[in-house]
Design a protein around this ligand. Structure first.
Ligand SMILES: C[S@@+](CC[C@H](N)C(=O)[O-])C[C@H]1O[C@@H](n2cnc3c(N)ncnc32)[C@H](O)[C@@H]1O
Length: 377
């Protein structure tokens, strides 16, 4: 799944090797800011340790749990056949507007039609914006007919969330959809053609064959709170936000699919009520340093080891590689590596200016990997 700050590439570029070395004497692995869940899944699939993953966003924990909470494969084909059949049954009740030729008028008609679908929450909020009406009706239909079995349901919901992320008519996140302007229309048309059930089925089948060596769990929780559950011989992975804009601004569509509803939305970005969008101290300039200090202090007091990654430059949330290093030195002995990393600075401006974010959306920069061992007293 495309995710701001994903450690997918870094796992092959230094981080994977360091985890392999340090996991040997660890009883448990805590992924404190799990995001796309890629690091938690990597550890769960490769090592006999209990993995615990945390994030403020529900969809992150669903995507993580789809792999880390299961130690057996799922026989996916019969489950998919039944699930698709139930969803088709719902879909056939709707006369969905055609989007063969995309014009401003067609888009307006789609939006007006979607806004009237009170019993289809995803369609009402996002139809004609991030998705075509046909796509959102499929998302609603698949969301309401998820398999009943708890474990399989999580895998199915994760597949649907990831399919929505792949198909959304927006640039890699869902802060603003493409509009039918001269330049963006081809992107909108391409995205709206994507086949939601087909993409969901592919992701579901591939997730079904993956599982953990030992069952773990992902929970919605604040990293600073769960740090007090740590013990000696635990290994914690710390990958906090670097943006002064909350993650929930970029991922509200996925969060809505995870929750199944979002109420009224507003603005071009179709944002749900702020109460439904998690806020992080790590994305508030005046609070990020204190939050990091508190977290590292707690981890060291529990005598746990940690691996921390952070961009080695000034970030829009007020933290920088230098500040992170200095804070960590207060509580730990540090071993440092630096790797070249292509990372996203979407939302790099604290005012959330999309154009500004777009201009320097991807750049090469160094990212620190710090191994933190509690100081001997
Ligand atoms: C840089 S991303 C992590 C990326 C992740 N390591 C990956 O590879 O996909 C930071 C994540 O921290 C989450 N987050 C922000 N504040 C948090 C907090 N106080 N506790 C737990 N998670 C938090 C955000 O929702 C976001 O998913």
């Amino acid at each position: 799944m495309k995710y701001m700050g994903s450690k997918r590439l870094m796992l092959k570029n230094g981080l994977g090797k360091l985890i392999k070395k340090e996991i040997v004497d660890s009883n448990r692995f805590f992924d404190a800011f799990t995001g796309s869940g890629i690091v938690a899944a990597h550890v769960a699939e490769n090592y006999e340790v209990h993995v615990k993953a945390f994030d403020l966003q529900l969809f992150s924990t669903i995507v993580s749990n789809a792999i880390i909470s299961r130690d057996e494969e799922i026989e996916w084909q019969p489950v998919w056949n039944q699930w698709e059949k139930r969803a088709k049954e719902i879909k056939r009740h709707y006369r969905i507007p055609s989007t063969k030729k995309i014009t401003q008028r067609v888009v307006d008609d789609c939006r007006n039609w979607a806004a009237r679908q009170n019993e289809l929450p995803i369609t009402k909020a996002y139809g004609g914006h991030y998705f075509s009406p046909l796509q959102t009706v499929w998302i609603d239909a698949l969301r309401t007919t998820l398999p009943k079995d708890k474990t399989i349901r999580t895998v199915a919901l994760s597949a649907l969330i990831q399919a929505a992320s792949q198909c959304a008519a927006s640039p890699g996140h869902t802060a603003q959809p493409f509009q039918p302007t001269k330049t963006a229309k081809p992107y909108l048309a391409e995205a709206w053609k994507k086949d939601i059930p087909h993409v969901t089925k592919n992701i579901f089948s591939s997730l079904a064959t993956r599982s953990a060596k030992k069952k773990g769990v992902a929970e919605v929780a604040d990293a600073n709170k769960i740090a007090s559950r740590l013990k000696e011989n635990d290994l914690v992975f710390i990958d906090p936000p670097y943006s002064g804009v909350h993650y929930s601004r970029f991922y509200h569509v996925l969060e809505t699919i995870a929750r199944g509803k979002c109420g009224d939305v507003s603005g071009v970005g179709r944002y749900p009520d702020p109460k439904l969008r998690p806020r992080s101290k790590y994305s508030i300039i005046s609070e990020s340093q204190t939050a990091l200090d508190e977290l590292l202090k707690k981890i060291s007091s529990r005598k746990a080891k940690a691996i921390l990654t952070y961009p080695d430059h000034q970030c829009s949330n007020g933290l920088s590689g230098e500040i992170v290093r200095e804070t960590a030195e207060k509580y730990f002995s540090i071993k440092e590596q630096s790797v070249e990393s292509k990372f996203s600075s979407l939302g790099g401006r604290s005012n959330g200016d999309q154009n500004a974010a777009g201009r320097d959306a991807r750049r090469n920069a160094n990212e620190l990997i710090l191994l933190l061992k509690p100081k001997k007293v």
